[in-house]
Design a protein around this ligand. Structure first.
Ligand code: MTE
Ligand code: MO
Length: 387
Protein backbone atom coordinates (compact mmCIF):
# COMPACT_ATOMS: atom_id res chain seq x y z
CA UNK A 1 0.00 0.00 0.00
CA UNK A 2 1.30 3.38 -0.87
CA UNK A 3 0.71 6.22 1.56
CA UNK A 4 0.42 9.57 -0.15
CA UNK A 5 1.94 12.45 1.78
CA UNK A 6 -0.09 15.64 1.77
CA UNK A 7 1.17 18.20 -0.69
CA UNK A 8 0.74 21.97 -0.81
CA UNK A 9 -2.56 21.48 -2.63
CA UNK A 10 -4.04 19.35 0.15
CA UNK A 11 -4.64 22.45 2.23
CA UNK A 12 -7.41 24.49 0.75
CA UNK A 13 -8.34 27.05 3.40
CA UNK A 14 -8.27 30.49 1.80
CA UNK A 15 -7.65 31.97 5.22
CA UNK A 16 -4.00 31.00 4.96
CA UNK A 17 -1.44 32.99 3.06
CA UNK A 18 1.53 35.27 3.58
CA UNK A 19 -0.84 38.25 4.02
CA UNK A 20 -2.28 36.66 7.16
CA UNK A 21 1.00 35.16 8.41
CA UNK A 22 2.81 38.50 8.09
CA UNK A 23 0.15 40.46 9.96
CA UNK A 24 0.18 38.02 12.87
CA UNK A 25 3.96 37.89 12.61
CA UNK A 26 4.28 41.63 13.21
CA UNK A 27 2.52 41.35 16.57
CA UNK A 28 4.34 38.15 17.46
CA UNK A 29 7.63 39.91 16.69
CA UNK A 30 6.64 42.83 18.92
CA UNK A 31 5.76 40.46 21.79
CA UNK A 32 9.05 38.58 21.47
CA UNK A 33 10.99 41.85 21.27
CA UNK A 34 9.31 43.21 24.41
CA UNK A 35 9.80 39.90 26.25
CA UNK A 36 13.46 39.78 25.22
CA UNK A 37 14.32 43.31 26.37
CA UNK A 38 12.37 43.10 29.63
CA UNK A 39 13.86 39.64 30.20
CA UNK A 40 17.36 41.10 29.92
CA UNK A 41 16.35 43.75 32.46
CA UNK A 42 15.07 41.10 34.85
CA UNK A 43 18.24 39.11 34.45
CA UNK A 44 20.32 42.20 35.16
CA UNK A 45 18.22 42.97 38.25
CA UNK A 46 18.77 39.53 39.72
CA UNK A 47 22.34 39.01 38.62
CA UNK A 48 23.75 42.48 38.06
CA UNK A 49 26.94 42.43 35.96
CA UNK A 50 29.90 44.31 37.44
CA UNK A 51 29.74 47.18 34.93
CA UNK A 52 26.10 48.00 35.73
CA UNK A 53 24.54 49.85 38.66
CA UNK A 54 20.91 48.72 38.63
CA UNK A 55 18.79 51.86 39.22
CA UNK A 56 16.73 52.40 42.37
CA UNK A 57 14.34 54.84 40.63
CA UNK A 58 11.61 54.90 39.45
CA UNK A 59 10.67 52.60 42.34
CA UNK A 60 8.13 50.75 40.17
CA UNK A 61 10.36 50.28 37.13
CA UNK A 62 10.87 46.57 37.77
CA UNK A 63 7.17 46.17 38.50
CA UNK A 64 6.40 47.56 35.03
CA UNK A 65 9.12 45.76 33.08
CA UNK A 66 8.37 42.38 34.65
CA UNK A 67 4.61 42.87 34.25
CA UNK A 68 5.28 43.60 30.56
CA UNK A 69 7.52 40.56 30.28
CA UNK A 70 4.89 38.12 31.48
CA UNK A 71 2.09 39.92 29.60
CA UNK A 72 4.01 39.86 26.31
CA UNK A 73 4.71 36.15 26.76
CA UNK A 74 1.06 35.45 27.50
CA UNK A 75 -0.12 37.42 24.48
CA UNK A 76 2.35 35.51 22.31
CA UNK A 77 0.67 32.15 23.03
CA UNK A 78 -2.50 32.64 20.90
CA UNK A 79 -0.50 34.62 18.34
CA UNK A 80 2.01 31.79 17.93
CA UNK A 81 -0.75 29.18 17.59
CA UNK A 82 -2.53 31.24 14.93
CA UNK A 83 0.73 31.89 13.12
CA UNK A 84 1.74 28.21 13.11
CA UNK A 85 -1.69 27.26 11.82
CA UNK A 86 -1.42 29.80 9.04
CA UNK A 87 1.90 28.44 7.76
CA UNK A 88 2.19 24.76 8.68
CA UNK A 89 1.13 23.38 5.25
CA UNK A 90 4.48 24.72 4.03
CA UNK A 91 6.00 21.78 5.91
CA UNK A 92 4.72 19.63 3.06
CA UNK A 93 6.21 21.72 0.28
CA UNK A 94 8.06 19.49 -2.15
CA UNK A 95 11.81 19.43 -1.66
CA UNK A 96 13.86 20.10 -4.79
CA UNK A 97 15.58 16.73 -4.51
CA UNK A 98 17.27 16.96 -7.88
CA UNK A 99 18.58 20.50 -7.69
CA UNK A 100 21.44 20.59 -5.22
CA UNK A 101 21.60 24.34 -4.75
CA UNK A 102 17.88 24.82 -4.22
CA UNK A 103 17.74 21.81 -1.95
CA UNK A 104 20.52 23.24 0.19
CA UNK A 105 18.71 26.57 0.52
CA UNK A 106 15.44 24.83 1.34
CA UNK A 107 17.10 22.75 4.04
CA UNK A 108 18.82 25.81 5.51
CA UNK A 109 15.55 27.69 5.63
CA UNK A 110 13.70 24.78 7.21
CA UNK A 111 16.50 24.29 9.73
CA UNK A 112 16.37 27.92 10.80
CA UNK A 113 12.58 27.85 11.08
CA UNK A 114 12.69 24.59 13.07
CA UNK A 115 15.10 26.27 15.48
CA UNK A 116 12.88 29.37 15.75
CA UNK A 117 9.69 27.38 16.33
CA UNK A 118 11.33 25.09 18.88
CA UNK A 119 12.89 28.01 20.78
CA UNK A 120 9.63 30.01 20.72
CA UNK A 121 7.55 27.11 22.02
CA UNK A 122 10.18 26.34 24.66
CA UNK A 123 10.23 29.95 25.90
CA UNK A 124 6.45 30.28 26.11
CA UNK A 125 5.96 26.87 27.72
CA UNK A 126 8.69 27.27 30.36
CA UNK A 127 7.75 30.90 31.05
CA UNK A 128 4.09 30.06 31.49
CA UNK A 129 4.89 27.10 33.74
CA UNK A 130 7.23 29.27 35.80
CA UNK A 131 4.61 31.98 36.27
CA UNK A 132 2.38 29.31 37.82
CA UNK A 133 5.31 28.09 39.96
CA UNK A 134 5.17 24.70 38.28
CA UNK A 135 8.59 23.22 37.52
CA UNK A 136 8.03 19.90 35.76
CA UNK A 137 11.72 19.70 34.76
CA UNK A 138 15.08 19.31 36.41
CA UNK A 139 17.13 22.01 34.66
CA UNK A 140 17.59 25.50 36.06
CA UNK A 141 14.70 27.59 34.77
CA UNK A 142 16.47 30.91 34.88
CA UNK A 143 19.70 30.07 33.07
CA UNK A 144 17.93 27.90 30.48
CA UNK A 145 15.17 30.44 29.75
CA UNK A 146 17.91 33.07 29.41
CA UNK A 147 20.09 30.99 27.05
CA UNK A 148 17.20 29.93 24.82
CA UNK A 149 16.03 33.58 24.65
CA UNK A 150 19.18 34.33 22.62
CA UNK A 151 18.44 31.41 20.30
CA UNK A 152 14.84 32.60 19.87
CA UNK A 153 15.70 36.23 19.18
CA UNK A 154 18.64 35.31 16.93
CA UNK A 155 16.64 32.91 14.79
CA UNK A 156 13.75 35.41 14.73
CA UNK A 157 16.05 38.09 13.30
CA UNK A 158 17.36 35.65 10.66
CA UNK A 159 13.77 34.69 9.80
CA UNK A 160 12.70 38.33 9.41
CA UNK A 161 15.76 39.12 7.28
CA UNK A 162 15.17 36.13 4.98
CA UNK A 163 11.45 36.85 4.63
CA UNK A 164 11.69 40.63 4.34
CA UNK A 165 10.64 40.82 0.66
CA UNK A 166 7.70 38.46 1.29
CA UNK A 167 6.70 40.41 4.40
CA UNK A 168 6.82 43.71 2.55
CA UNK A 169 4.63 42.46 -0.30
CA UNK A 170 2.23 40.75 2.08
CA UNK A 171 1.75 43.83 4.25
CA UNK A 172 1.35 46.31 1.42
CA UNK A 173 -0.89 44.14 -0.77
CA UNK A 174 -4.58 43.41 -0.20
CA UNK A 175 -5.49 41.10 2.65
CA UNK A 176 -8.17 38.98 1.02
CA UNK A 177 -7.75 36.58 -1.91
CA UNK A 178 -9.03 38.84 -4.59
CA UNK A 179 -10.41 37.48 -7.83
CA UNK A 180 -9.16 40.61 -9.55
CA UNK A 181 -7.13 43.45 -8.08
CA UNK A 182 -9.11 46.15 -6.37
CA UNK A 183 -12.45 44.36 -6.04
CA UNK A 184 -13.93 43.91 -2.60
CA UNK A 185 -13.20 40.63 -0.83
CA UNK A 186 -16.10 38.27 -1.31
CA UNK A 187 -16.01 35.25 0.94
CA UNK A 188 -18.98 33.03 0.22
CA UNK A 189 -21.93 33.27 2.59
CA UNK A 190 -21.18 31.95 6.04
CA UNK A 191 -17.46 31.65 5.28
CA UNK A 192 -14.94 33.24 7.56
CA UNK A 193 -13.00 36.00 5.87
CA UNK A 194 -9.31 36.61 6.50
CA UNK A 195 -10.28 39.82 8.23
CA UNK A 196 -12.56 37.73 10.46
CA UNK A 197 -9.77 35.26 11.19
CA UNK A 198 -7.41 38.07 12.15
CA UNK A 199 -10.09 39.66 14.35
CA UNK A 200 -10.60 36.34 16.13
CA UNK A 201 -6.82 36.13 16.68
CA UNK A 202 -6.64 39.66 18.16
CA UNK A 203 -9.66 38.87 20.33
CA UNK A 204 -8.09 35.67 21.68
CA UNK A 205 -4.90 37.58 22.42
CA UNK A 206 -6.83 40.33 24.20
CA UNK A 207 -8.71 37.80 26.29
CA UNK A 208 -5.45 36.02 27.24
CA UNK A 209 -3.97 39.34 28.38
CA UNK A 210 -7.05 40.54 30.27
CA UNK A 211 -7.51 37.15 31.91
CA UNK A 212 -4.02 37.28 33.44
CA UNK A 213 -2.84 40.88 33.70
CA UNK A 214 -4.88 41.52 36.87
CA UNK A 215 -1.99 39.90 38.71
CA UNK A 216 -0.16 43.15 38.23
CA UNK A 217 -2.76 45.76 37.15
CA UNK A 218 -5.17 46.31 40.06
CA UNK A 219 -7.94 47.66 37.79
CA UNK A 220 -8.09 44.32 35.97
CA UNK A 221 -8.32 42.10 39.04
CA UNK A 222 -12.01 41.33 38.61
CA UNK A 223 -11.68 40.15 35.00
CA UNK A 224 -8.44 38.24 35.42
CA UNK A 225 -9.94 34.86 36.12
CA UNK A 226 -6.77 33.02 35.07
CA UNK A 227 -4.32 35.19 37.00
CA UNK A 228 -2.07 32.94 39.08
CA UNK A 229 -2.10 35.49 41.88
CA UNK A 230 -4.94 37.93 42.36
CA UNK A 231 -2.59 40.70 43.51
CA UNK A 232 -4.37 40.47 46.84
CA UNK A 233 -3.61 38.44 49.94
CA UNK A 234 -3.19 38.66 53.69
CA UNK A 235 -2.45 42.27 54.68
CA UNK A 236 -3.22 43.26 51.08
CA UNK A 237 -0.23 41.48 49.50
CA UNK A 238 -0.01 37.94 48.03
CA UNK A 239 2.37 35.50 49.66
CA UNK A 240 4.93 33.74 47.57
CA UNK A 241 6.62 31.40 50.00
CA UNK A 242 4.90 30.85 53.33
CA UNK A 243 6.71 30.60 56.67
CA UNK A 244 5.76 26.96 56.84
CA UNK A 245 7.14 26.20 53.38
CA UNK A 246 10.36 27.96 54.38
CA UNK A 247 10.50 26.03 57.66
CA UNK A 248 10.70 29.15 59.84
CA UNK A 249 7.36 29.09 61.70
CA UNK A 250 9.10 28.26 64.98
CA UNK A 251 12.31 30.22 64.66
CA UNK A 252 10.45 33.37 63.60
CA UNK A 253 8.26 33.26 66.71
CA UNK A 254 11.07 32.59 69.23
CA UNK A 255 11.34 35.21 72.00
CA UNK A 256 15.09 34.61 71.80
CA UNK A 257 15.12 36.05 68.25
CA UNK A 258 17.90 38.59 67.69
CA UNK A 259 18.88 40.45 64.55
CA UNK A 260 22.66 40.34 64.26
CA UNK A 261 24.42 43.15 62.41
CA UNK A 262 28.10 42.57 61.64
CA UNK A 263 30.88 44.74 60.30
CA UNK A 264 34.20 42.93 60.63
CA UNK A 265 34.80 42.57 64.37
CA UNK A 266 32.01 44.96 65.30
CA UNK A 267 28.65 43.36 65.87
CA UNK A 268 25.40 44.19 67.55
CA UNK A 269 22.32 42.17 68.51
CA UNK A 270 18.83 43.67 68.44
CA UNK A 271 15.49 42.27 69.59
CA UNK A 272 12.31 43.07 67.73
CA UNK A 273 11.49 45.51 70.56
CA UNK A 274 14.86 47.23 70.03
CA UNK A 275 13.98 47.64 66.35
CA UNK A 276 10.54 49.05 67.23
CA UNK A 277 12.21 51.55 69.56
CA UNK A 278 14.34 53.00 66.77
CA UNK A 279 13.11 55.80 64.52
CA UNK A 280 10.52 54.42 62.06
CA UNK A 281 10.23 55.34 58.39
CA UNK A 282 7.17 54.78 56.24
CA UNK A 283 7.48 54.07 52.49
CA UNK A 284 5.15 53.09 49.63
CA UNK A 285 6.85 50.35 47.65
CA UNK A 286 5.64 47.47 45.49
CA UNK A 287 6.53 43.81 45.77
CA UNK A 288 7.11 42.74 42.18
CA UNK A 289 7.61 39.03 41.74
CA UNK A 290 9.57 37.74 38.74
CA UNK A 291 6.61 35.48 38.08
CA UNK A 292 4.64 38.52 37.00
CA UNK A 293 2.37 39.36 39.92
CA UNK A 294 2.90 42.56 41.86
CA UNK A 295 1.21 44.65 44.52
CA UNK A 296 1.79 48.09 45.95
CA UNK A 297 1.97 48.41 49.74
CA UNK A 298 2.85 50.73 52.60
CA UNK A 299 5.71 49.53 54.75
CA UNK A 300 7.22 50.91 57.89
CA UNK A 301 10.35 50.01 59.74
CA UNK A 302 13.97 51.01 60.27
CA UNK A 303 16.17 52.31 57.47
CA UNK A 304 18.85 49.73 56.66
CA UNK A 305 21.36 52.61 56.47
CA UNK A 306 20.63 53.53 60.12
CA UNK A 307 21.09 49.91 61.19
CA UNK A 308 24.43 49.70 59.40
CA UNK A 309 25.54 52.94 61.08
CA UNK A 310 25.24 51.12 64.44
CA UNK A 311 28.29 49.05 63.48
CA UNK A 312 30.13 51.93 61.82
CA UNK A 313 29.62 50.74 58.24
CA UNK A 314 30.41 53.15 55.42
CA UNK A 315 27.60 53.86 52.96
CA UNK A 316 29.53 52.41 50.04
CA UNK A 317 29.64 48.87 51.39
CA UNK A 318 27.58 46.02 49.99
CA UNK A 319 25.57 44.03 52.52
CA UNK A 320 24.74 40.36 52.78
CA UNK A 321 21.22 39.65 54.02
CA UNK A 322 20.63 36.29 55.66
CA UNK A 323 17.28 34.79 56.50
CA UNK A 324 16.22 32.48 59.31
CA UNK A 325 15.34 30.16 56.43
CA UNK A 326 18.05 27.51 56.36
CA UNK A 327 17.81 26.16 52.84
CA UNK A 328 16.23 27.65 49.74
CA UNK A 329 17.68 29.72 46.94
CA UNK A 330 16.72 33.02 48.55
CA UNK A 331 17.83 32.45 52.13
CA UNK A 332 20.91 34.62 51.52
CA UNK A 333 20.87 37.65 49.20
CA UNK A 334 23.17 40.57 48.53
CA UNK A 335 22.08 44.19 48.87
CA UNK A 336 24.40 46.40 46.79
CA UNK A 337 25.64 49.54 48.54
CA UNK A 338 23.41 51.97 46.63
CA UNK A 339 20.34 49.98 47.68
CA UNK A 340 21.55 49.56 51.27
CA UNK A 341 22.15 53.30 51.68
CA UNK A 342 18.93 54.38 49.94
CA UNK A 343 16.42 56.42 51.99
CA UNK A 344 13.62 54.03 50.97
CA UNK A 345 15.34 50.76 51.84
CA UNK A 346 13.90 49.41 55.07
CA UNK A 347 14.07 46.54 57.40
CA UNK A 348 10.27 46.51 57.54
CA UNK A 349 8.34 45.73 60.73
CA UNK A 350 4.88 46.70 59.52
CA UNK A 351 2.86 46.16 56.34
CA UNK A 352 -0.18 48.30 55.51
CA UNK A 353 -0.43 49.54 59.08
CA UNK A 354 -0.29 46.13 60.76
CA UNK A 355 2.47 44.14 62.37
CA UNK A 356 4.13 42.06 59.65
CA UNK A 357 2.52 38.61 59.57
CA UNK A 358 4.87 35.65 59.77
CA UNK A 359 4.16 34.75 56.13
CA UNK A 360 5.19 38.26 55.07
CA UNK A 361 8.47 38.00 57.00
CA UNK A 362 7.98 38.60 60.76
CA UNK A 363 10.04 39.58 62.74
CA UNK A 364 11.45 41.75 59.94
CA UNK A 365 12.07 41.73 56.19
CA UNK A 366 13.87 43.74 53.57
CA UNK A 367 11.91 46.09 51.32
CA UNK A 368 13.87 48.14 48.78
CA UNK A 369 12.89 50.26 45.75
CA UNK A 370 12.96 48.78 42.22
CA UNK A 371 14.06 45.28 43.22
CA UNK A 372 12.71 41.91 42.09
CA UNK A 373 10.60 40.19 44.75
CA UNK A 374 13.08 37.34 45.10
CA UNK A 375 15.57 39.78 46.63
CA UNK A 376 13.12 41.24 49.18
CA UNK A 377 14.32 38.81 51.83
CA UNK A 378 11.88 37.76 54.57
CA UNK A 379 12.65 36.61 58.17
CA UNK A 380 15.99 38.44 58.28
CA UNK A 381 18.46 37.13 60.87
CA UNK A 382 21.80 38.71 59.87
CA UNK A 383 22.99 41.80 58.07
CA UNK A 384 26.68 41.45 57.27
CA UNK A 385 28.74 44.30 55.82
CA UNK A 386 30.92 42.97 52.99
CA UNK A 387 34.35 44.56 52.75
N1 MTE B 1 13.71 34.21 53.03
C1 MTE B 1 12.95 34.32 51.91
N2 MTE B 1 12.55 35.52 51.50
C2 MTE B 1 11.79 35.65 50.38
C3 MTE B 1 11.41 34.52 49.63
C4 MTE B 1 11.86 33.25 50.08
O1 MTE B 1 11.56 32.20 49.46
N3 MTE B 1 12.61 33.19 51.22
N4 MTE B 1 10.63 34.68 48.49
C5 MTE B 1 10.79 35.97 47.81
C6 MTE B 1 9.87 36.15 46.71
S1 MTE B 1 10.13 35.17 45.34
C7 MTE B 1 8.94 37.16 46.69
S2 MTE B 1 8.05 37.49 45.29
C8 MTE B 1 8.68 37.96 47.89
C9 MTE B 1 7.20 37.94 48.18
O2 MTE B 1 6.96 38.56 49.40
P1 MTE B 1 5.57 38.31 50.14
O3 MTE B 1 5.43 36.81 50.27
O4 MTE B 1 5.62 39.02 51.45
O5 MTE B 1 4.53 38.90 49.23
O6 MTE B 1 9.39 37.46 49.02
C10 MTE B 1 10.72 37.16 48.76
N5 MTE B 1 11.39 36.90 50.01
MO1 MO C 1 8.98 36.07 43.65
Amino acid sequence: MKIALPGPDSFTSRLRGPEVAARIGVWLGICFGVAFVTGLISHAAQDTPGWLTFPTRPVSLYRITQGLHVTAGTAAVPLLLAKLWSVYPRLFDRLALHERRRLLLQLLERGSIALLVAAAIFQLATGLANSTQWYPWSFSFRSTHYAVAWVAIGSLLVHIAVKLPVIRDALTGPLENLPSPGTAPAPADGQLSRRGFLRATWLATGVAVLATAGATVPALRKVSIFAVRSGEGPQGVPINRSAEAAGVTESAAQPSYRLEIRNGKRRTLLTRADLEAMSQTMVDLPIACVEGWSAGATWSGVRVRELLALVGASTDADVEVQSLERSGAFSVTELPSHFASDDLTLLALELNGERLSVDHGYPCRIIAPDRPGVLQTKWVSHLTVLS
